[in-house]
Design a protein around this ligand. Structure first.
Ligand SMILES: [Ca+2]
Length: 188
């Protein structure tokens, strides 16, 4: 009985939704920045793609200074977003701001603090405003702190949505019928 419920649940999940990645070049593995672009700020070294370090793959993006790296995309309802996250590395263990840009022209900015000099994961999904549509996302480097170079590395940005699949009800119905048929066969 428990396995029947589990199979039904899996079938329903598979049929009703579909995960979708929404960023282009999320891990900088094209070896260049676009469609990411420098939006605001200034520093010693503009955002660029490097092989000096990476969270995964060959490349990451890096800058030295308080400079914003942004990507714009077609409007995505916040209600469909299940994850907005990224990986950062700062040898000086400093801070980094991130910005959301909404279709109504409003924005949101907050800051994350790093706690080690290794790669760190930041999930900022909970900062999104329900009911709005996201059209852009950015991450900042920093300036100040300890005396050394103000370097930030960014990699593996995830903007994942889950959307209903067209015809999902039909597929779900077929799934339930099939599971019911299996169950009947088992009990005969
Ligand atoms: Ca990468």
């Amino acid at each position: 009985m428990r396995s029947f419920k589990l199979v039904t649940l899996i079938v329903l999940c598979l049929c009703f939704t579909q995960a979708q990645a929404n960023l282009t070049n999320p891990g900088f593995e094209t070896g260049s920045l676009p469609p990411w672009y420098k939006a605001r700020g200034s520093g010693v070294e503009d955002w660029n793609v490097t092989t000096a370090d990476s969270h995964s793959g060959l490349y990451s993006a890096t800058d030295v200074g308080n400079i914003e790296l942004r990507q714009d995309f077609a409007a995505i309802p916040v209600s469909q977003i299940v994850e907005l996250s990224y990986w950062l590395k700062q040898p000086e263990i400093a801070i980094s701001a991130f910005d959301f840009f909404y279709s109504d022209g409003s924005g949101y900015e907050s800051i994350v603090s790093l706690s080690s000099s290794d790669w760190e994961f930041f999930d900022v999904t909970s900062h999104l405003s329900p009911g709005k549509e996201l059209v852009g996302f950015s991450v900042w480097g920093y300036a100040g702190g300890p005396a050394g170079e103000d370097r930030t590395y960014l990699d593996d940005v995830t903007l994942e949505t889950v959307i209903p699949v067209p015809g999902a009800i039909v597929l779900g119905g077929i799934g339930v019928t099939f599971v019911g048929w299996l169950r009947r066969r088992r009990t005969v």
